[in-house]
Design a protein around this ligand. Structure first.
Ligand SMILES: [Zn+2]
Ligand SMILES: [Zn+2]
Length: 339
């Protein structure tokens, strides 16, 4: 914990916000334990930021000041911050694929400001008025957008049977998203009993631990012998990925929002022979972000239900980062930065 000066007055198309609730992400914990690599060390080409900087990329906030040309948000309004910053000049930006901007940056990882600081300077395009969404749910929109984007890329639709490997934050949000998109059944494999209980309460069916050596066979038994339509790898472990590829039916799709720590093998023969589709997904498009907000506002994604603890800023180290650094039952811890 450190004291840093407040941001300067916002320039054109900029705003200063005060953070309300800020979620601790697995990415933040890796930075804390020294296993990270997401934070810019040298000055970032887009933002100029390098260590030390303020973490926190999943947060709701209140607008404190706006610069010239900022429209659609007023001082005092509560917003969610879309942390992805992009240049607007490169090919990916011109194609609307901001996640692939050649100099993309993230507020809370590669900008001078983040949600665990009391105030942050952001670009006006990062502000999403909450308009009826609670400030707590507003801090969960970011990981929910990751889950929705991956599910839309994998084509989850009405009637689909879905397998989700892993019920961390993204896995649990994927269960909600799949349900909202009309999935007829969502099966989850998760060894942590607390996490399994949480996704069960969201309507998921839990694959028992006794089935772990042949999850595909277990799922075929429950899908008329076919396998599921879509499997989502939300675990990032080789065994989970293999289970996903083995579990989908002929013509099925495997979505991969999980960040694997290294290369893994896939049974490519199955992909060819059975017409499978393998779909990677990182971050979210602007469209997926907006659809997430609309779904949360409409009440079809109860995203605040993944929040397992709410703590004060003075507790962020011991009850936040240290609690998440050791394996446990916590899913999403939110830090109240300002009242
Ligand atoms: Zn994150
Ligand atoms: Zn760009």
């Amino acid at each position: 914990m450190d004291e840093v000066p407040d941001p300067a007055e916002p320039g054109p198309y900029e705003a200063v916000v005060e953070s309300l609730w800020s979620g601790i992400c697995g990415t933040d914990v890796k930075e804390f334990t020294g296993h990270g690599g997401s934070v810019s060390r040298a000055p970032h080409p887009l933002t100029g930021a390098g260590l030390p900087l303020v973490l926190g990329h999943e947060f709701s906030a209140r607008v404190v000041a706006v610069g010239a040309n900022v429209e659609g948000v007023a001082v005092g309004e509560e917003v969610a911050i879309m942390p992805l910053q992009h240049c607007g000049q490169c090919l990916a930006c011109h194609q609307g694929q901001h996640t692939h901007c050649v100099v993309k940056a993230w507020t809370g990882l590669s900008s001078p400001w983040g949600g665990f600081g009391e105030r942050a300077l952001v670009q006006s395009y990062q502000l999403t008025p909450l308009e009826g969404i609670s400030a707590v749910a507003g801090a969960v929109i970011e990981p929910a957008a990751v889950a929705l984007h991956a599910a839309l890329r994998a084509g989850i639709g009405p009637g689909d049977t879905v397998f989700v490997a892993g019920a961390g934050a993204i896995g649990a949000l994927t269960v909600m998203v799949a349900k909202a998109l009309g999935a007829s059944a969502v099966h989850v494999f998760e060894i942590n009993p607390e996490r399994a209980a949480l996704v069960q309460s969201l309507g998921a069916a839990i694959v028992p631990e006794s089935a772990r050596d042949d999850i595909a066979a277990y799922l075929r038994e429950r899908t008329g012998g076919h396998g599921v339509h879509v499997a989502m790898d939300c675990a990032g472990k080789p065994s989970a990925h293999e289970a996903c590829v083995a579990s989908v039916r002929v013509g099925g799709t495997v979505g991969v929002p999980a960040v694997h720590p290294g290369p893994t093998t896939v049974d490519v023969r199955r992909i060819t022979r059975d017409d499978l589709t393998l779909v990677g997904s990182v971050g979210y498009s602007r469209e997926s972000w907006e659809k997430t907000v609309l779904m949360v506002r409409a009440g079809v994604l109860p995203i605040e239900r993944i929040v397992t603890s709410r703590i004060g800023l003075d507790e962020i180290v011991d009850k936040g980062f240290q609690a998440l650094a050791k394996p446990g039952d916590e899913l999403k811890i939110l830090v109240q930065v300002n009242q």
